[in-house]
Design a binder for this molecule. Structure first.
Ligand SMILES: *Cc1c(COP(=O)(O)O)cnc(C)c1O
Length: 390
């Protein structure tokens, strides 16, 4: 017996029929405060009026044409991403894993175009998550994800988290790039550190490697910067984005400098759906909101308020949670209890959270969250922590 939906997920016994801002409503009418945001995707909350209007408007006009033709909305989205980042160019796809595939292919193509096809290997760090395709699984290097799926795709060398010397020692004549998440998401909201990022840039420059940031989870305002790496002053050569970019509509992109993308000429890469008119319309609507004056600053203010409240909870309930980490509204609570117990208790009390690696629980509220709503979440968390203390 198998379910009609292939049973690849462990799901909670909850189904929602409606969302409004940070709230979700189940089919039987119960309200939840959503601090999972569909895993950092619904960055502007549910049913944001500007996104709904953009989607409906585009739906009446044109959904899809393929990339055989010019797509003005896609061009506009690319121009705006380029204007607001280190990058000169953007490739559009539909998910984070695809954005990462493009990043990996581009790094290999760059060295090949430079006459060094032997430089194809990418150095990654332990605890990483880059997606579920065969190449991105190999990049993540997690045994539990690779088990049973045959020979691991060649071309990835993993070093331990945050160890710059070990990373430099792993560089060989075959190395093409270094790939990291500025804050590991699935791995347990582990920030890689500003000095480490600077060290990576220096190492990449010294050895002629490309530096790739996977900002699929950390990007689009989540950390209180449009992109997490901005805080360090370090820029990558290639960056993958997805999750928050469509606010719930599937879209991903791989951004790059002109130099890094030099091998990506006509015919080298493609996607049937990537950046279609519907996706581009929603992506542009997300940018309308995120690039508006004061939006990103507001994320920083709300984050400071949340971190303050969480800090108090950690000092009051050290037997259940031992620390807060992350950046901005990408927050991890390192648990003393089993992380799933905290997720379950919060859920019973009406707050949705997401478990992550290293026994952490993620708080990923929409970036539009208010102080009152943060207070509501903190109250539910406190009640849940007290329950867990017994
Ligand atoms: C979610 C995630 C991915 C994969 O994105 P999908 O859209 O599920 O393919 C890749 N990298 C990071 C850092 C992520 O958080």
């Amino acid at each position: 017996m198998i379910t009609p939906v292939m049973p690849t997920y462990g799901r909670f016994d909850l189904a929602f029929e409606k969302g409004e801002g940070p709230y979700l409503f189940t089919t039987d009418g119960k309200r939840y405060l959503d601090f999972g945001s569909g895993i950092a995707v619904t960055a502007l909350g549910h049913a944001h009026p500007h996104l709904v209007a953009a989607l409906k408007d585009q739906a009446d006009k044109l959904w899809h044409t393929s990339n055989l033709y010019e797509i003005p909305g896609q061009r506009r989205l690319a121009e705006r991403l380029v204007e607001n980042s280190f990058a000169d160019t953007a490739f559009f796809c539909n998910s984070g894993a695809e954005a990462m595939e493009c990043a990996i292919k581009m790094a290999r193509k760059y060295h090949s175009a430079n006459g060094h096809p032997e430089k194809y290997r990418v150095i990654t760090t332990e605890g990483a998550f880059h997606g579920r395709t065969l190449a991105t699984l190999a990049a993540g290097g997690q045994a539990k994800h690779l088990e049973g799926f045959g020979p691991v795709t060649d071309g990835f060398d993993q070093v331990s988290f945050g160890n710059l010397n070990e990373l430099k020692d792993a560089i060989t004549a075959e190395t093409a790039a270094i790939l990291v998440e500025p804050v590991q998401g699935e791995g347990g909201i582990r920030p890689i550190g500003q000095d480490f990022l600077k060290g990576l840039r220096a190492a990449a420059d010294e050895f002629g490697l490309l530096l790739i940031f996977d900002e699929v989870q950390t990007g689009m305002g989540r950390t209180g910067h449009l992109f997490a790496h901005e805080k360090s002053g370090v820029t990558p050569d290639i960056m993958a984005l997805a999750k928050g970019l469509g606010g719930g509509f599937p879209i991903g992109t791989c951004l790059a400098t002109k130099e890094a993308a030099k091998g990506m000429t006509a015919g080298t890469h493609g996607s049937t759906f990537g950046g279609n008119p519907l996706a581009a319309a929603v992506g542009n609507a997300v940018l309308d909101v995120m690039l508006a004056d004061g939006f990103i600053e507001q994320v920083g203010e709300m984050a400071a308020y949340l971190w303050d409240g969480l800090g108090k909870l950690v000092s009051d309930h050290p037997k259940v949670i031992e620390g807060v980490r992350g950046a901005g509204l990408l927050v991890g609570l390192k648990c003393q209890c089993t992380n799933m117990d905290l997720v379950a208790a919060a859920q019973r009390n009406g707050l949705l959270l997401v478990p992550a690696g290293d026994n952490t629980v993620r708080l990923l509220p929409p970036l539009t969250i208010t102080k009152e709503q943060l207070d509501e979440a903190l109250d539910i968390l406190e009640a849940s922590l007290k329950e867990l203390e017994g």
